[in-house]
Structure formats: structure tokens, C-alpha cells
Write a protein that binds this ligand. Structure first.
Ligand SMILES: NC(=O)c1ccc[n+]([C@@H]2O[C@H](COP(=O)([O-])OP(=O)(O)OC[C@H]3O[C@@H](n4cnc5c(N)ncnc54)[C@H](O)[C@@H]3O)[C@@H](O)[C@H]2O)c1
Length: 316
């Protein structure tokens, strides 16, 4: 198949491109290179700001030229804290970019789209396993852009779009050292940077209602996540139903303290850990119910926490 991958020069996008190429597909990437790196990919790349007014005609021309089978839309800003400080930029870029992409797809009749969504759409769920039907309310502008983006994809059913929203849980690890997450916005890369700087990684809160008191998350290996995109594309171009939303996680939670213990093993370094105050907006537990993606797409993750942490450490 021929795939248009927006944000394909980014951390997750470059893993998607590599997995797609390994499966025999060909890709063209569109990316504004704000955080993406050209060196992560070897397929053709078009440098383009999706939220710019002229992107609809440029995208439509690209789509006519390549006759893509599907689009995988990952391009977005993703920093929760920044989204609180600059909500307008997040709405303009994340949703304006998606709107332009949908306009171009409608214009050329390209009707298959996988959209990068996030567990941030759930806000502060108070259940052990969060299913896609949980009535979550995102608590920051970043999560709001993802929930509204999902609705934009759903609304495009009116002109025949078949869309899949993938709600990623905590993405981590690396498939190769040149594809590592360089942003250091999440626990594992932040902790690795701290260890390498000789500092103690911080556990924010040890008084949560969890077995060891630290927050529990569902860590999914970026290589597994990349394969979930290919399963979603297969579903869409096959006999797929219109519009589905799937969690992408492992269904298994790991606490911050457990992640740092795994990192001690991976790094061979018995580093000190420092205990800090809780951060606002951190749910105690956020773990995916993965039954829908297993049943409908037949998709299962392969990597466990040790493998995720080891690959992140090796790529750092
Ligand atoms: N990393 C995570 O843990 C995580 C979790 C849930 C959802 N997501 C979503 O996954 C997607 C990819 O995330 P990532 O971790 O690879 O981030 P990333 O910053 O590494 O990748 C984003 C890519 O999109 C490009 N981009 C951003 N805005 C653009 C725009 N307006 N026009 C064109 N290109 C643009 C960037 O240059 C970059 O290459 C994002 O939509 C993000 O919200 C990520």
C-alpha cells in the first residue's frame, strides 16, 4: 500500500514509517520539522506546515500525484504543560492541521484515515481499566484537541471517510538508536537524562491510592504502537466498519517506582531516587482496557516493561 504519514519525522511517526516499509508498504511523509528529524527516515519527505492556509491545495496535489491508500495523521504538538500556557496555538495547529488534511482528503476522495489520539482524552478516570466508552473529560487543551480531533474524524463520515482513532497510552522505548525519543517529556526519557547527569530521578507523589503509592501508567513499546497503525490501516482498507476508536496499551499497569526499578536493571546503575510532591492533574492510575483492539483488529502487544525500558536505555 501507499501511505501518507503526517508527522512521520517524529518519534512515533518514524517508527510507523519503518514498520510500514518493513511490511512492504511505501510512505511519503509530510512534516513541518518543528520537532521532527529528517535523518530518522529515508522515504520522500515534503516539508509543510499543515495548519498553513495553502496546505489544502498542496496536500490535494500530493494526494493526486501519489494516489495513497490511506493517511496516518500523527503531526501535532504534544506538550501538555505548553498547551495550558498556549492553548490557541494548540487549537490552531492541531485542529487547523487536521481540518486542512480532511479538506484535502475530501477534495480528492481519499477516504481512509488513522488519527493519533491519546489517553489524555480520558482526563482523570477512576476505573481500573479504561475502556473506549468511558465518558472521560480531558483536563488540558492538549487532550481537548485530541477529543475534538476524534469528533472531526467521526463527522467526516458524512462524505464517506473511514476513520480510526488510536488512543495511545504511555509510549516509550525505541526500535533503533536513531529513532529514540529526544523530547524527554515523559518519565522514562526524563529519568534517563537525570541518571546520565548524575542526578536522582524524581517520583512525584508516593501517597496515591496504589500499592506502592506512586502513579500507575500503561507503558506501550513504540514498536508495538507502530504495528497497531498497520493493523488499523488493514482494517480500514478491508471490510472495516466506519469509524472506530481503539485504546493502544498493554492492559498492564506499572508504577513510577516499578519503572525506575526496571531502569536500574537496564542501566546497571543503582541510582538514588528522590521523592517529590504530587503534580496537579496526575490521575493515580491510567491503564487501558485493550479488549476492543484485540477482538476487532486482532492486535496484541509483544513487549513488556523490561523490554521497553531496556530499549530506551540502549538508544539513549
Ligand atoms: N509520545 C507520546 O507519548 C504520545 C502519546 C499520545 C499521543 N501522542 C501523539 O502522537 C503523535 C506523534 O507524537 P510524537 O511523540 O511522535 O511527537 P513528535 O513531536 O516526535 O512528532 C510530531 C511530528 O509532527 C510534526 N509536526 C507537528 N506539528 C506539525 C504541523 N502543524 N504540521 C506539520 N508537521 C507537524 C513534528 O515536526 C514531528 O515530526 C502526536 O499527535 C501526539 O500528540 C503521543
Amino acid at each position: 500500500m501507499k501511505l501518507l504519514v503526517t508527522g512521520g519525522a517524529g518519534y512515533i511517526g518514524s517508527h510507523v514509517v519503518r514498520a510500514a516499509e518493513a511490511a512492504g508498504h511505501s510512505c511519503v511523509v509530510v512534516d513541518n520539522l518543528s520537532t521532527g528529524l529528517v535523518k530518522r527516515i529515508s522515504c520522500p519527505i515534503v516539508e509543510l506546515e499543515l495548519a498553513s492556509p495553502d496546505s489544502v491545495s498542496l496536500l490535494a496535489r500530493l494526494m493526486r500525484e501519489h494516489k495513497f491508500d490511506s493517511v496516518i495523521h500523527l503531526a501535532a504538538r504534544k506538550q501538555v504543560g505548553e498547551s495550558v500556557q498556549k492553548p490557541e496555538e494548540y487549537f490552531l495547529e492541531n485542529l487547523g492541521g487536521l481540518g486542512n488534511l480532511l479538506l484535502a482528503m475530501r477534495e480528492v476522495g481519499l477516504k481512509s484515515l488513522v488519527f493519533s489520539s491519546s489517553a489524555a482524552t480520558y482526563g482523570m478516570p477512576d476505573v481500573d481499566l479504561v475502556s473506549e466508552d468511558y465518558p472521560g473529560v480531558p483536563i488540558n487543551p492538549y487532550g481537548q484537541t485530541k477529543l475534538i480531533g476524534e469528533l472531526m474524524v467521526k463527522n467526516a463520515e458524512v462524505w464517506g471517510l473511514k476513520g480510526v482513532n488510536l488512543r495511545y497510552f504511555n509510549v516509550a522505548g525505541a526500535g533503533a538508536s536513531d529513532l529514540a525519543d529526544t523530547a524527554a517529556l515523559n518519565l522514562i526519557p526524563i529519568a534517563i537524562n537525570a541518571i546520565k547527569a548524575g542526578k536522582a530521578p524524581v517520583v512525584f507523589g508516593t501517597d496515591y491510592p496504589t500499592p506502592d503509592g506512586s502513579c500507575i501508567r500503561d507503558y506501550v513499546h513504540v514498536e508495538d504502537l507502530a504495528l497497531a497503525h498497520l493493523a488499523a490501516v488493514d482494517y480500514l482498507v478491508g471490510e472495516g466498519q466506519q469509524f472506530r476508536t481503539f485504546n493502544v496499551g498493554t492492559g498492564v499497569g506499572a508504577s513510577v517506582i516499578e519503572v525506575l526499578a526496571a531502569l536500574k536493571v537496564a542501566s546497571g546503575n543503582d541510582f538514588e531516587v528522590s521523592i517529590g510532591e504530587r503534580r496537579a492533574g496526575d490521575p493515580p492510575r491510567l491503564v487501558a482496557d485493550v479488549s476492543r483492539i484485540e477482538q476487532v483488529l486482532g492486535f496484541r502487544t509483544k513487549h513488556d516493561l523490561a523490554s521497553i525500558v531496556q530499549s530506551a536505555w540502549d538508544a539513549s
